[in-house]
Design a protein around this ligand. Sequence first.
Ligand code: VTB
Length: 331
Amino acid sequence: MDRNLALELVRVTETAALACGRYMGRGEKDIADQAAVDGMRKAFSDVAIKGTVVIGEGELDEAPMLYIGEKVGTCRENDMEVDIAVDPLEGTNLIAKGLPNAIAVLAMAPKGTLLNAPDTYMRKIAVGPKAKGCIDLEASVEQNLKAVAKALNKDINDLTLIIQDRERHEDIIKEARKVGCRIKLFSDGDVATAIATCFEDTGIDIFMGIGGAPEGVIAAAAIKCMGGEMQGKIIPLYEEDAMRCEELGWTEEKREKLLTLDDLVNTDDVLFVATGATDGELLKGVTYLENNRAKTQSVVMRSKTGTIRFVDAIHKLDKNDALIETLAKHK
Ligand code: VTB
Protein backbone atom coordinates (compact mmCIF):
# COMPACT_ATOMS: atom_id res chain seq x y z
CA MET A 1 0.00 0.00 0.00
CA ASP A 2 1.19 3.50 -0.82
CA ARG A 3 2.98 4.87 2.23
CA ASN A 4 1.59 8.34 1.63
CA LEU A 5 -1.81 6.98 2.52
CA ALA A 6 -0.63 6.75 6.11
CA LEU A 7 -0.58 10.51 6.47
CA GLU A 8 -3.79 10.91 4.49
CA LEU A 9 -5.47 8.65 7.01
CA VAL A 10 -4.25 10.74 9.93
CA ARG A 11 -6.55 13.49 8.65
CA VAL A 12 -9.43 11.04 8.83
CA THR A 13 -9.00 10.13 12.51
CA GLU A 14 -8.09 13.73 13.36
CA THR A 15 -11.36 14.92 11.88
CA ALA A 16 -13.33 12.30 13.83
CA ALA A 17 -11.60 13.23 17.10
CA LEU A 18 -12.08 16.95 16.52
CA ALA A 19 -15.73 16.39 15.65
CA CYS A 20 -16.47 14.63 18.93
CA GLY A 21 -13.94 16.43 21.14
CA ARG A 22 -16.33 19.18 22.14
CA TYR A 23 -18.72 16.60 23.63
CA MET A 24 -16.27 15.62 26.34
CA GLY A 25 -18.02 15.24 29.66
CA ARG A 26 -21.40 16.28 28.34
CA GLY A 27 -23.03 12.95 29.03
CA GLU A 28 -24.23 12.49 25.45
CA LYS A 29 -22.45 9.46 24.14
CA ASP A 30 -24.66 8.90 21.11
CA ILE A 31 -24.37 12.48 19.92
CA ALA A 32 -20.60 12.37 20.38
CA ASP A 33 -20.45 9.11 18.44
CA GLN A 34 -22.55 10.48 15.61
CA ALA A 35 -20.33 13.56 15.32
CA ALA A 36 -17.24 11.33 15.11
CA VAL A 37 -18.89 9.12 12.48
CA ASP A 38 -19.88 12.16 10.39
CA GLY A 39 -16.40 13.64 10.65
CA MET A 40 -14.71 10.39 9.69
CA ARG A 41 -17.07 9.73 6.80
CA LYS A 42 -16.58 13.23 5.41
CA ALA A 43 -12.78 13.07 5.68
CA PHE A 44 -12.65 9.67 3.96
CA SER A 45 -14.16 11.07 0.78
CA ASP A 46 -10.83 12.66 -0.20
CA VAL A 47 -8.63 9.58 0.32
CA ALA A 48 -7.46 7.92 -2.90
CA ILE A 49 -8.62 4.37 -2.20
CA LYS A 50 -11.37 1.99 -3.21
CA GLY A 51 -12.19 1.00 0.36
CA THR A 52 -14.79 -1.37 1.74
CA VAL A 53 -15.76 -1.11 5.39
CA VAL A 54 -15.41 -4.61 6.88
CA ILE A 55 -15.62 -3.47 10.49
CA GLY A 56 -17.79 -0.47 11.04
CA GLU A 57 -20.82 1.00 12.70
CA GLY A 58 -23.09 -1.97 11.99
CA GLU A 59 -25.27 -3.29 9.19
CA LEU A 60 -26.81 -0.92 6.65
CA ASP A 61 -30.22 -0.95 8.39
CA GLU A 62 -28.76 0.13 11.71
CA ALA A 63 -26.06 2.54 10.57
CA PRO A 64 -26.53 5.17 7.88
CA MET A 65 -22.79 5.78 7.65
CA LEU A 66 -19.68 3.62 7.75
CA TYR A 67 -21.84 0.52 7.69
CA ILE A 68 -20.32 -2.85 6.88
CA GLY A 69 -19.97 -3.11 3.12
CA GLU A 70 -19.99 0.64 2.52
CA LYS A 71 -17.54 1.89 -0.08
CA VAL A 72 -15.29 4.69 1.11
CA GLY A 73 -12.63 6.86 -0.50
CA THR A 74 -12.48 8.40 -3.96
CA CYS A 75 -13.22 4.95 -5.48
CA ARG A 76 -11.69 5.74 -8.88
CA GLU A 77 -10.78 3.01 -11.31
CA ASN A 78 -7.07 2.82 -10.46
CA ASP A 79 -7.43 3.27 -6.71
CA MET A 80 -6.23 0.37 -4.60
CA GLU A 81 -8.89 -1.96 -3.21
CA VAL A 82 -8.61 -2.11 0.55
CA ASP A 83 -10.39 -3.38 3.65
CA ILE A 84 -11.19 -0.71 6.21
CA ALA A 85 -11.92 -1.26 9.89
CA VAL A 86 -13.15 1.79 11.74
CA ASP A 87 -14.23 2.86 15.16
CA PRO A 88 -14.79 6.61 14.82
CA LEU A 89 -15.18 6.92 18.59
CA GLU A 90 -13.83 3.94 20.51
CA GLY A 91 -15.06 4.61 24.03
CA THR A 92 -18.30 6.56 23.73
CA ASN A 93 -18.85 6.29 27.51
CA LEU A 94 -15.36 7.62 28.06
CA ILE A 95 -15.92 10.80 26.14
CA ALA A 96 -19.36 11.28 27.68
CA LYS A 97 -17.73 11.22 31.12
CA GLY A 98 -14.41 12.87 30.19
CA LEU A 99 -12.51 9.71 31.12
CA PRO A 100 -9.19 8.64 29.57
CA ASN A 101 -8.53 6.49 26.48
CA ALA A 102 -11.26 7.53 24.04
CA ILE A 103 -9.77 7.45 20.53
CA ALA A 104 -10.81 7.80 16.91
CA VAL A 105 -9.28 4.82 15.17
CA LEU A 106 -9.01 2.91 11.91
CA ALA A 107 -7.02 0.19 10.23
CA MET A 108 -6.52 -0.36 6.52
CA ALA A 109 -5.17 -3.41 4.70
CA PRO A 110 -5.29 -5.01 1.25
CA LYS A 111 -8.70 -6.37 0.27
CA GLY A 112 -9.73 -9.56 2.05
CA THR A 113 -7.09 -9.49 4.78
CA LEU A 114 -8.91 -8.14 7.84
CA LEU A 115 -11.03 -10.66 9.73
CA ASN A 116 -14.74 -10.01 9.30
CA ALA A 117 -15.41 -10.39 13.01
CA PRO A 118 -19.01 -10.56 14.19
CA ASP A 119 -20.29 -7.64 16.27
CA THR A 120 -20.19 -9.72 19.46
CA TYR A 121 -17.44 -10.42 21.98
CA MET A 122 -13.92 -11.78 21.77
CA ARG A 123 -11.73 -13.26 24.48
CA LYS A 124 -8.34 -11.65 24.02
CA ILE A 125 -4.79 -11.72 25.22
CA ALA A 126 -2.05 -9.34 24.05
CA VAL A 127 1.58 -8.56 24.81
CA GLY A 128 4.35 -6.39 23.40
CA PRO A 129 7.26 -7.57 21.20
CA LYS A 130 9.48 -8.76 24.05
CA ALA A 131 6.91 -11.28 25.24
CA LYS A 132 5.97 -12.46 21.75
CA GLY A 133 5.66 -16.23 21.58
CA CYS A 134 4.99 -16.61 25.31
CA ILE A 135 1.23 -16.32 25.49
CA ASP A 136 -1.48 -18.89 24.97
CA LEU A 137 -5.12 -17.90 25.29
CA GLU A 138 -5.93 -21.51 26.11
CA ALA A 139 -3.46 -21.76 29.00
CA SER A 140 -4.26 -20.63 32.54
CA VAL A 141 -3.90 -17.04 33.71
CA GLU A 142 -1.09 -18.11 36.00
CA GLN A 143 0.81 -19.84 33.18
CA ASN A 144 0.52 -16.78 30.95
CA LEU A 145 1.56 -14.32 33.64
CA LYS A 146 4.54 -16.42 34.65
CA ALA A 147 5.67 -16.89 31.05
CA VAL A 148 5.43 -13.17 30.33
CA ALA A 149 7.27 -12.25 33.55
CA LYS A 150 10.05 -14.65 32.55
CA ALA A 151 10.28 -13.25 29.02
CA LEU A 152 10.49 -9.71 30.37
CA ASN A 153 12.96 -10.70 33.07
CA LYS A 154 10.62 -9.26 35.69
CA ASP A 155 9.55 -10.47 39.07
CA ILE A 156 5.87 -11.43 38.86
CA ASN A 157 5.12 -8.81 41.54
CA ASP A 158 6.38 -6.17 39.11
CA LEU A 159 4.31 -7.38 36.18
CA THR A 160 1.29 -5.22 35.23
CA LEU A 161 -1.86 -6.72 33.78
CA ILE A 162 -4.47 -4.42 32.29
CA ILE A 163 -8.04 -5.67 32.23
CA GLN A 164 -11.49 -4.17 31.78
CA ASP A 165 -13.42 -3.65 35.00
CA ARG A 166 -16.25 -6.13 34.41
CA GLU A 167 -17.84 -8.87 36.46
CA ARG A 168 -17.03 -11.34 33.70
CA HIS A 169 -13.35 -10.91 34.54
CA GLU A 170 -13.62 -11.80 38.22
CA ASP A 171 -11.89 -15.15 37.74
CA ILE A 172 -8.98 -13.73 35.78
CA ILE A 173 -8.51 -10.97 38.36
CA LYS A 174 -8.66 -13.45 41.23
CA GLU A 175 -6.05 -15.68 39.66
CA ALA A 176 -3.78 -12.75 38.81
CA ARG A 177 -4.03 -11.46 42.39
CA LYS A 178 -3.18 -14.92 43.67
CA VAL A 179 0.13 -14.94 41.84
CA GLY A 180 0.87 -11.40 43.03
CA CYS A 181 0.66 -9.57 39.74
CA ARG A 182 -0.13 -5.82 39.63
CA ILE A 183 -3.47 -5.03 37.99
CA LYS A 184 -4.72 -1.94 36.26
CA LEU A 185 -8.47 -1.89 35.74
CA PHE A 186 -10.04 0.27 33.07
CA SER A 187 -13.66 1.12 32.48
CA ASP A 188 -13.84 1.11 28.67
CA GLY A 189 -11.78 1.26 25.52
CA ASP A 190 -9.87 -1.93 25.01
CA VAL A 191 -8.17 -0.89 21.76
CA ALA A 192 -5.97 1.74 23.42
CA THR A 193 -5.28 -0.50 26.41
CA ALA A 194 -4.37 -3.60 24.35
CA ILE A 195 -1.98 -1.51 22.27
CA ALA A 196 -0.42 -0.03 25.40
CA THR A 197 1.33 -3.39 25.96
CA CYS A 198 3.58 -2.60 22.99
CA PHE A 199 4.86 0.67 24.44
CA GLU A 200 7.30 -0.03 27.23
CA ASP A 201 6.90 3.30 28.98
CA THR A 202 3.20 2.72 29.62
CA GLY A 203 4.34 0.14 32.19
CA ILE A 204 1.68 -2.27 30.92
CA ASP A 205 2.96 -5.78 30.25
CA ILE A 206 -0.07 -7.85 29.37
CA PHE A 207 -3.69 -7.34 28.39
CA MET A 208 -6.40 -9.92 28.98
CA GLY A 209 -10.17 -10.13 28.97
CA ILE A 210 -13.35 -10.23 26.96
CA GLY A 211 -14.23 -7.16 24.88
CA GLY A 212 -15.73 -6.33 21.52
CA ALA A 213 -14.68 -8.60 18.64
CA PRO A 214 -14.47 -5.74 16.11
CA GLU A 215 -12.22 -3.84 18.55
CA GLY A 216 -10.07 -6.98 18.69
CA VAL A 217 -9.31 -6.81 14.97
CA ILE A 218 -8.49 -3.10 15.15
CA ALA A 219 -6.13 -3.61 18.09
CA ALA A 220 -4.53 -6.56 16.27
CA ALA A 221 -3.65 -4.25 13.35
CA ALA A 222 -1.60 -2.02 15.66
CA ILE A 223 -0.05 -4.94 17.49
CA LYS A 224 1.03 -6.40 14.16
CA CYS A 225 2.68 -3.10 13.20
CA MET A 226 4.60 -3.08 16.48
CA GLY A 227 5.69 -6.71 16.47
CA GLY A 228 3.68 -7.71 19.53
CA GLU A 229 1.36 -10.68 19.84
CA MET A 230 -2.35 -11.06 20.24
CA GLN A 231 -4.71 -14.04 20.22
CA GLY A 232 -8.49 -14.11 20.31
CA LYS A 233 -11.53 -16.32 20.35
CA ILE A 234 -15.06 -15.31 19.42
CA ILE A 235 -17.25 -15.60 22.51
CA PRO A 236 -20.95 -14.82 22.37
CA LEU A 237 -21.70 -13.63 25.91
CA TYR A 238 -25.45 -13.42 25.63
CA GLU A 239 -28.07 -15.50 23.87
CA GLU A 240 -28.62 -12.85 21.20
CA ASP A 241 -24.86 -12.82 20.53
CA ALA A 242 -24.91 -16.55 19.85
CA MET A 243 -27.80 -16.06 17.43
CA ARG A 244 -25.96 -13.21 15.76
CA CYS A 245 -22.85 -15.36 15.35
CA GLU A 246 -24.84 -18.16 13.73
CA GLU A 247 -26.49 -15.63 11.41
CA LEU A 248 -23.07 -14.45 10.27
CA GLY A 249 -21.71 -17.97 9.77
CA TRP A 250 -19.73 -18.04 13.03
CA THR A 251 -20.92 -21.51 13.97
CA GLU A 252 -19.93 -23.09 17.27
CA GLU A 253 -17.25 -25.06 15.47
CA LYS A 254 -15.79 -21.96 13.86
CA ARG A 255 -15.85 -20.13 17.19
CA GLU A 256 -13.81 -22.90 18.79
CA LYS A 257 -10.79 -21.94 16.72
CA LEU A 258 -8.05 -19.94 18.37
CA LEU A 259 -7.49 -16.82 16.28
CA THR A 260 -3.82 -15.94 15.94
CA LEU A 261 -2.55 -12.50 15.02
CA ASP A 262 -2.34 -13.67 11.39
CA ASP A 263 -5.96 -14.83 11.48
CA LEU A 264 -7.03 -11.43 12.76
CA VAL A 265 -4.91 -9.48 10.28
CA ASN A 266 -3.78 -11.68 7.43
CA THR A 267 -1.15 -9.44 5.85
CA ASP A 268 2.19 -7.82 6.53
CA ASP A 269 0.97 -4.63 4.97
CA VAL A 270 -1.48 -3.08 7.39
CA LEU A 271 -1.83 0.55 8.42
CA PHE A 272 -3.13 1.65 11.79
CA VAL A 273 -4.08 5.20 12.70
CA ALA A 274 -5.53 6.68 15.87
CA THR A 275 -6.13 10.15 17.25
CA GLY A 276 -6.76 10.80 20.93
CA ALA A 277 -10.18 12.13 21.80
CA THR A 278 -9.53 12.20 25.55
CA ASP A 279 -6.09 11.89 27.19
CA GLY A 280 -4.98 8.29 27.45
CA GLU A 281 -2.20 5.74 27.98
CA LEU A 282 -0.84 6.48 24.55
CA LEU A 283 -2.18 9.72 23.17
CA LYS A 284 -3.17 13.17 24.36
CA GLY A 285 -6.80 14.01 23.77
CA VAL A 286 -8.12 17.02 21.85
CA THR A 287 -7.19 20.27 23.56
CA TYR A 288 -8.69 23.59 22.61
CA LEU A 289 -6.46 26.64 22.19
CA GLU A 290 -7.22 30.34 21.86
CA ASN A 291 -8.38 31.81 18.56
CA ASN A 292 -10.51 28.88 17.46
CA ARG A 293 -7.67 26.39 17.32
CA ALA A 294 -7.39 22.85 18.61
CA LYS A 295 -4.50 20.50 19.11
CA THR A 296 -4.55 16.77 18.38
CA GLN A 297 -2.13 13.94 18.83
CA SER A 298 -2.20 10.91 16.57
CA VAL A 299 -0.19 7.80 15.99
CA VAL A 300 0.23 6.16 12.60
CA MET A 301 1.93 2.84 12.02
CA ARG A 302 2.82 0.68 9.03
CA SER A 303 3.55 -2.99 9.49
CA LYS A 304 5.60 -3.14 6.30
CA THR A 305 8.35 -0.93 7.71
CA GLY A 306 7.47 -0.96 11.39
CA THR A 307 7.56 2.84 11.48
CA ILE A 308 5.56 4.39 14.29
CA ARG A 309 4.94 8.10 13.90
CA PHE A 310 3.36 10.39 16.43
CA VAL A 311 1.77 13.37 14.77
CA ASP A 312 1.00 16.51 16.76
CA ALA A 313 -1.16 18.94 14.88
CA ILE A 314 -2.68 22.33 15.53
CA HIS A 315 -5.87 22.91 13.60
CA LYS A 316 -7.55 26.16 12.67
CA LEU A 317 -11.12 25.07 13.21
CA ASP A 318 -12.53 27.64 10.78
CA LYS A 319 -10.24 26.61 7.90
CA ASN A 320 -10.81 22.89 7.68
CA ASP A 321 -13.71 22.29 5.29
CA ALA A 322 -14.51 18.72 6.34
CA LEU A 323 -14.59 19.82 9.94
CA ILE A 324 -16.55 23.03 9.41
CA GLU A 325 -19.31 21.03 7.76
CA THR A 326 -19.36 18.41 10.52
CA LEU A 327 -19.23 20.91 13.35
CA ALA A 328 -22.00 23.02 11.81
CA LYS A 329 -24.22 19.94 11.61
CA HIS A 330 -23.66 19.18 15.27
CA LYS A 331 -24.01 22.71 16.66
C1 VTB B 1 -16.03 -3.66 24.72
C2 VTB B 1 -14.66 -3.04 24.48
C3 VTB B 1 -14.77 -1.60 24.06
O1 VTB B 1 -16.91 -1.48 25.18
O2 VTB B 1 -16.71 -3.76 23.50
C4 VTB B 1 -16.83 -2.80 25.67
O3 VTB B 1 -14.04 -3.77 23.45
C5 VTB B 1 -18.23 -3.34 25.86
O4 VTB B 1 -18.22 -4.16 26.94
O5 VTB B 1 -13.50 -1.04 23.99
P1 VTB B 1 -19.56 -4.21 27.82
O6 VTB B 1 -20.60 -4.77 26.94
O7 VTB B 1 -19.22 -5.03 28.99
O8 VTB B 1 -19.83 -2.78 28.22
C6 VTB B 1 -15.66 -0.82 25.02
O9 VTB B 1 -15.02 -0.73 26.27
C7 VTB B 1 -15.91 0.59 24.47
O10 VTB B 1 -16.58 0.53 23.26
